[in-house]
Ligand binder design. Structure first.
Ligand SMILES: C[S@@+](CC[C@H](N)C(=O)[O-])C[C@H]1O[C@@H](n2cnc3c(N)ncnc32)[C@H](O)[C@@H]1O
Length: 206
């Protein structure tokens, strides 16, 4: 396994981006992080402003940022390295592939899904990340009482999110903790600046 370990931070060559030796085996989380701590995963981390900020506030947790665009991943990498975040690792992979195949079962304390692509056209809604299949995948990777945190600006997508989680007996709705809600994402700040309302909800695994 190629592991550019964060214990070497900060150096010119260090990177927080993890390139798994195999995309067909679950990640070895013990090798990924220098300390065995609860794992939180952000799917579609964008420019990483939420992730870097939140990881810095919670050094007693490990964070994995997932993003399919390399340019954005590199931006998060630079933020994490600048902040000396030893509890942050990044991976470039499709989000649903990660939760289906790469995350070990019952390994995750929290999933953060903020402003996922809304696919507003009816014929494109099948591309949405958060659907009934996602709920089952989330149940499988979350530890008991693990939580999914969701935010969106798209009212129709919000309805879909709440319907699919409500239909599952594995989850109960809980309030988003204020200390989490106050850490905004890049897209969230843009919506706020334009006066676009945003919605949030959280579900805890029973
Ligand atoms: C609308 S942006 C939101 C970014 C960030 N969460 C925020 O709130 O600022 C959605 C992000 O998810 C990434 N993304 C979309 N679909 C993805 C997928 N299937 N797997 C991984 N990343 C994805 C996009 O590249 C983009 O950076």
């Amino acid at each position: 396994m190629i592991l550019e370990t964060p214990t070497a931070l900060p150096t010119q060559t260090a990177t927080l981006i993890h390139r798994p030796a195999s995309f067909f085996e679950p990640l070895e989380l013990d090798e990924l992080f220098s300390a065995p701590q609860p794992l939180e995963v952000e799917l579609g981390a964008g420019d990483g402003s939420f992730l870097a900020n939140y990881a810095a506030r919670h050094l007693d947790r490990n964070f994995l940022g997932v993003e399919r665009l390399l340019g954005r991943l590199r931006k998060i990498d630079r933020k994490g390295l600048r902040g000396g975040l030893r509890n942050l690792r990044l991976i470039r992979v499709e989000a649903s592939y990660l939760i289906q195949y790469l995350l070990p079962s019952e390994s995750v304390a929290a999933l953060h899904v903020y402003f996922p692509d809304p696919w507003p056209k009816r014929k494109h809604r099948k591309n949405r990340l958060v659907n009934a299949a996602f709920v089952e995948l989330a149940r499988a990777v979350l530890k008991p009482v693990g939580t999914v945190f969701l935010r969106t600006d798209d009212a129709d997508y919000f309805t879909q999110m709440t319907e699919v989680f409500r239909a599952s007996s594995a989850f109960s709705a809980i309030p988003t903790p204020p200390e989490l809600a106050e850490v905004t994402t890049d897209f969230e700040r843009e919506f706020q600046a334009r006066g676009v309302p945003t919605l949030r909800v959280a579900y805890q695994r029973r």
